[in-house]
Design a protein around this ligand. Structure first.
Ligand SMILES: Nc1ncnc2c1ncn2[C@@H]1O[C@H](COP(=O)(O)OP(=O)(O)OP(=O)(O)O)[C@@H](O)[C@H]1O
Ligand SMILES: [Mg+2]
Length: 310
């Protein structure tokens, strides 16, 4: 892989499969010299800038910062997976730049930002109606089904979270950030690692405790994301009567409270929530053995969506 990237670097402005090598000068021009006004945000890899190439195409440039703990490994991963994976619900990597010790990744620009922009803000949540939320959830599942079931490789994304789901001009979701993704042999059930990476709150317990990862890893992260979409709450904030529960614990607490109410015959509705939605979410975030896979999940979710008419 290193050899492949080096060869790509040495070619100057050329292309490798669908990857364009873009010069530092072109990117500098496109981003108004990496100006503050062009800055879209900043993550663990480094700052992200909006830009416009001379052919008029809008781009987002991720520039590895010197202080970043991520680096060559993540850069190579992004380029490798982008070359192999093509799906309408995955972000498209247009090219990269490695001139002057830089490691820049150039993506198609997503004008409607990432899901976290909408989920956690009570006003912005209302900008998307129920149908749009359903379409977004369906789109994310289609992307994940492709990664796990329908592409030639079995890919674990391993960093599925709201800020990594970008929305295009038509609010179509695109899964982004394959920096710590892993490909899996299709007959491999489970593997283990000593190097724990990912985002706190989105990583399944078996990975934190034993370093085990399997197809069920992304299912767990998707369950957390679904909870966040429904509740508008972040996983790592504290909730509950004593403010000491994370989102999953809080949902379990709510579920128990609902059952308590029902047993006491105080509440008789909430059939939808208690009998359908919560079991679905809990089945996603459950211990690995009971956690459903994406094919089954797709059926469950579609069944749930068609059973309610909001
Ligand atoms: N292709 C893109 N188009 C538009 N905005 C983007 C694009 N890629 C990233 N962004 C924005 O840039 C910001 C930083 O993204 P980045 O992926 O670097 O970090 P993050 O996902 O917030 O955190 P982490 O480093 O933990 O993944 C986010 O707000 C995201 O919405
Ligand atoms: Mg990201």
């Amino acid at each position: 892989m290193i050899i492949m990237i080096k060869t790509m670097m040495n070619r100057g402005k050329s292309s490798y499969h669908n990857q364009q090598v873009i010069s530092f000068e072109d990117i500098r021009e496109a981003t108004n010299s990496f100006s503050e006004e062009n800055k879209l945000g900043e993550g663990g890899y480094g700052p992200v800038y909006k830009g416009k190439l001379s052919n008029g195409q809008e781009i987002a440039v991720k520039r590895l910062s010197h202080s970043s703990k991520q680096g060559m490994e993540e850069f190579k991963n992004e380029v490798t997976f982008a070359t192999k994976l093509q799906h309408v619900n995955l972000i498209k990597l247009l090219g990269f730049c490695t001139e002057r010790e830089e490691k820049m990744l150039i993506y198609e620009y997503m004008p409607n930002k990432s899901l976290d922009f909408y989920i956690f803000d009570p006003q912005r949540r209302l900008m998307l109606n129920w149908e749009k939320w359903v379409e977004i959830i369906e789109g994310i599942i289609q992307g994940l089904l492709y990664l796990q079931e329908y592409s030639r490789l079995t890919i674990l994304h391993r960093d599925l979270k709201a800020s990594n789901i970008l929305l295009d001009a038509n609010i179509k979701p695109k899964i982004s950030d394959f920096g710590i993704a892993k490909s899996f042999e299709s007959n491999e059930i489970e593997a283990s690692t000593d190097r724990i990476v990912g985002t706190y709150g989105c990583v399944p317990p078996e990975y934190i405790k034993q370093g085990l990862y399997s197809r069920k890893y992304d299912v767990y992260s998707f369950g957390v994301l679904l909870l966040q979409i429904i509740s508008g709450k972040k996983n790592y904030s504290v909730y509950g009567p004593h403010q000491n529960l994370n989102l999953l614990e809080y949902v379990s607490f709510l579920l128990l409270s609902f059952f308590f109410y029902i047993l006491q015959n105080k509440y008789n509705l909430l059939d939808l929530l208690v009998n359908r939605l919560l079991p679905l979410v809990i089945s996603l975030t459950n211990g690995k053995r009971l956690r459903v896979n994406f094919v089954f999940l797709n059926t469950l979710l579609m069944d749930f969506i068609t059973s309610i008419d909001i």
